[in-house]
Design a protein around this ligand. Structure first.
Ligand code: APR
Ligand code: PHB
Length: 411
């Protein structure tokens, strides 16, 4: 077994692990990223595409925002269509200037990997972590295998950035860990195509046949979603069937403009709400999807991961700058406040925009959700409430104990 030493062992090379690694490295904190899959696999995953300003600021801080600045598209509003009738939410006006940026998670990951490759920090791909040793006192370590060689990394801390199916969360003992979960009775079928987006701004469509979303990755690449039953398989959905169904759910004037083409990627994602408490146990910190999942309706998954990274970076840099160890205890409560807020918003948006029972078209709950959506869309204060949560709330700051540090703002 080969032994390596570092300050922070980061499990997972998704956006959480890579962004954390970059911020820590810039602060002079050594870290190693260990990723189960190959780089090619990590870069082939198609995920979210809407970045809150807080995330954009973090990418600037990490020195990874060059391509984002050139290619990201600022979105000043969104549409919500109810049975074909469109409502516009001018995010910028409703939130006194805040906007979101359209830039794919795959691109973010690519930029972060390029930055990491250009730095002196070590990474291991195709290297699944099999063992986490997280004692009450003393040094933590993780074990993994890479190209037939067993490794042990001795470290001060472990960042569990290994997604929903990773090994970090289950390593927290059952009597400490509490999990909260809701699985929805439907999924989203996503299709990516090299066709111009049907609309400059995203359209969230509530329709008797089910929810649909018109999103995009660039001026020439579209991303569309359809609500489908949990029993559906991708093979059930030819491109042709997808486009036909999308046209039925889009507002008429948009359906008429829809440009179709072959899919580059098509997949079904189940919808889930999930939270693990606490997000820290001894030297282990859970970050991003390892700790929580939101349904995608509020575009919060990736942004929530970024706000965990911001919080973990704050406490770790404060600790290495000389703050007492207790500063680390702020991580879990600070994150969970924001996590539950995003869970509530994502669950609320999902409930208002979907028909829960696609067989039964007029259940009582469906009527309630129709009424609630109309109530919020038909007055300014209601639209403002949706807009403020959609663009994202500002990040909370940690409290420093050491008066020497309390003077300075953490960068
Ligand atoms: N050892 C090493 N790596 C692992 C292990 C393991 N045992 N288990 C999982 N991983 C890796 C996965 O292969 C994956 O690349 O951890 C990574 C986790 O990345 P993501 O799932 O992308 O999670 P995260 O970085 O938290 O990203 C936040 O926001 O929009 C949402 O779900 C979307 O991925 C997105 C997330
Ligand atoms: C996407 O473009 O993938 C996307 C956009 C907004 C959402 C969910 C997904 O709410």
């Amino acid at each position: 077994m080969k032994t390596l030493n570092t300050q922070v062992a980061i499990i997972g090379s998704g956006p959480s692990g890579l962004l954390l690694g970059q911020l820590l490295a810039q602060h002079g904190i050594d870290n190693i990223v260990i990723e189960r899959s190959s780089v090619e696999h990590v870069l082939s995953r198609i995920r979210a595409g809407i970045l809150e300003q807080g995330f954009v600021d973090l990418l600037h801080q990490a020195g990874c925002a060059k391509r984002l600045t050139e290619q990201g598209i600022e979105h000043h509003g969104i549409y919500v269509s109810v049975d074909g009738q469109k409502h516009h939410l001018n995010l910028k006006l409703l939130t006194q200037g805040k906007v979101v940026t359209c830039y794919g998670q795959t691109e973010v990951t690519q930029d972060l990997i390029a930055a990491r490759n250009a730095s002196a920090q070590r990474s291991f791909y195709s290297a699944p972590v099999t063992e986490i040793h997280n004692p009450e006192r003393g040094q933590a370590h993780v074990e993994f295998e890479h190209q037939g060689q067993a490794y042990r990394i001795q470290c001060d801390f472990i960042a569990g950035c290994d997604g929903f199916h990773g090994v970090s969360r289950p390593s927290i003992p059952n009597d400490i860990r509490r999990e909260f979960e809701r699985v929805y009775p439907f999924g989203w079928l996503g299709l990516l195509s090299d066709t111009p987006p049907v609309s400059e701004e995203l359209i969230y469509c509530k329709h008797p046949r089910g929810f649909a979303l018109a999103s995009q990755r660039s001026l020439t690449r579209s991303r569309y979603y359809l609500q489908v039953s949990n029993q559906d398989r991708v093979e059930d959905w030819s491109d042709e069937r997808f486009w036909q169904e999308l046209k039925r759910r889009l507002p008429e004037q948009d359906a008429a403009k829809l440009q179709t083409g072959p899919s580059i990627e098509k997949s079904i994602a189940p919808l889930r709400s999930f939270v693990c408490e606490p997000m820290q146990y001894r030297q282990l910190f859970l970050v991003g999807d390892a700790a929580h999942i939101v349904p995608p309706t509020g575009a919060k998954g990736l942004n929530l991961a970024a706000s965990d990274v911001a919080a973990l970076y704050q406490v770790l840099s404060a600790y290495y700058d000389g703050e007492p160890r207790e500063v680390l205890d702020q991580y879990s409560p600070l994150c969970l406040r924001r996590v539950w807020n995003a869970e509530r918003f994502s669950w609320w948006m999902t409930s208002m925009l979907h028909h829960f029972d696609q067989q039964e078209s007029c259940s009582f709950l469906d009527r309630m959700s129709d009424s609630e959506l109309n109530f919020y869309l038909e007055n300014q204060a209601g639209k403002q409430l949706i807009a403020e949560q959609y663009v994202g709330l500002p990040y909370d700051q940690i409290t420093l104990c050491n008066s020497l540090h309390a003077e300075k703002t953490i960068k």
